[in-house]
Design a binder for this molecule. Structure first.
Ligand SMILES: [Zn+2]
Length: 372
């Protein structure tokens, strides 16, 4: 195992932060896996899974079973981790800019496309190496003006040439679920089975230039631009894995999730061994554009009647919003039938607030598909 430290741009004199990456297995290897945890720094289940994984990967490396390079970043957001305000961790948005830590990774598809124009050939392997080396160079040329940009750039450089990128997150109160692209779904489906994903939400471009999409979109856009004349392979696929809710940080779940990731890496061929039998897929993949963000029209005490993981009929009651001053009780229903995979942790709702997400089967939304 090689431990690398990557200095972030210090925002002030006398302050310094680093991203720590742990590299297991052969280097260079013909394939690379990148796994990071807690990019939203108030989502800890993934960090505990990464810690379990770190021990297991060291054992597997010692046993000579790693076939691919596996890069692990257990603390992907040291900037956000330190944002604790009056006893409340605030790790989703950077306090200085208000920006979501998991948005606006740099889009280099046009720059890389211009650089490779005229150099593509008939061999997809040649094209893949050409795109990867140009992507690495384009990222190396980028400069960061802020600590936040520096953190994003560091993570993007570490993951840019990986065949597989796994970004470990969680929701507020939720069952296990994941986000990926329709193009990657055949490769991701075994992961959904091993991890027990009760919803798998598919979109090619959800509009936020999030960490997972900054890799898949580059290959997708290059294929759109050059695919008619050249074989552009999908050089990278990525998955945002939502390991239940913020409170679900415990060893039994983390060791099960760690085992699920190892089973998947064996299945993928990154670790030598006999893959475990694939469990049933709990719920078929559905379009991200079919997710209903259920909002309340009024503010008040939020009392849920539905649990994460519950399948709801269209029009079913999800919660009551109680105004204890006027004794008004407002029922909130979902419009779409589907699986309620996540709900809010807050119990005092404000008017217009999204209180739950239901995975419907039919796409009906377009444009920007993510939460802020
Ligand atoms: Zn997250």
């Amino acid at each position: 195992m090689r431990h690398q430290k990557h200095d972030l741009l210090a925002p002030l004199p006398g302050t310094a932060r680093q991203i720590h990456s742990f590299h297991f297995g052969p280097h260079p290897a013909n394939r690379k896996i990148y796994i990071q945890a807690s990019l939203h720094a108030d989502e800890m289940p993934g960090m505990l899974v990464a810690w379990h994984l770190k021990q297991r990967l060291a054992e597997l490396e010692a046993a000579g079973r790693l076939r691919s390079e596996i890069v692990l970043v257990p603390v992907a957001n040291p900037v956000g981790l330190e944002q604790v305000l009056m006893d409340v961790p605030l790790g989703r948005y950077e306090l200085e800019s208000g920006q979501n830590f998991n948005r606006w990774f740099v889009d280099l598809s046009e720059e890389v496309g211009n650089a490779i124009e005229g150099k593509l050939g008939d061999d997809p392997q040649h094209n893949m190496q050409l795109i990867r080396s140009n992507l690495r160079e384009a990222l190396a040329r980028q400069t960061a003006g802020t600590q936040l940009q520096s953190q994003r750039l560091t993570l993007q450089r570490l993951a840019c040439d990986a065949d597989m990128v796994l970004d470990l997150h969680c929701d507020f109160e939720a069952v296990a679920h994941l986000y990926t692209t329709p193009e990657a779904w055949p490769q991701v489906e075994p992961l959904a089975r091993y991890i027990g994903a009760e919803a798998s939400l598919l979109a090619t471009d959800s509009g936020g230039q999030s960490f997972d999409e900054c890799f898949t979109l580059l290959w997708w856009q290059l294929k759109e631009r050059f695919g008619e004349h050249f074989d552009i392979p999908p050089g990278s696929f990525s998955v945002t894995v939502e390991l239940r809710g913020q409170g679900d940080v415990n060893h039994p779940l983390a060791s099960l999730d760690c085992q699920a990731l190892i089973d998947y890496l064996i299945h993928f061929g990154a670790i030598a061994g006999e893959p475990s039998p694939l469990p049933e897929l709990p719920y078929p993949a559905t379009p991200l554009a079919g997710v209903e963000p259920v909002a309340t029209p009024v503010g008040g005490l939020l009392v849920f009647t539905a649990l994460p993981g519950q399948y709801l009929e269209a029009g079913q009651l999800i919660a009551e919003i109680i105004d204890p001053v006027n004794d008004l009780v407002t029922p909130v229903h979902c419009a779409t039938a589907g699986l309620m995979y996540a709900r809010s942790l807050r119990r005092m709702a404000t008017a217009g607030m999204v209180i739950a997400h239901v995975a419907g089967t039919e796409a009906y939304r377009s444009g920007y598909l993510l939460s802020p």
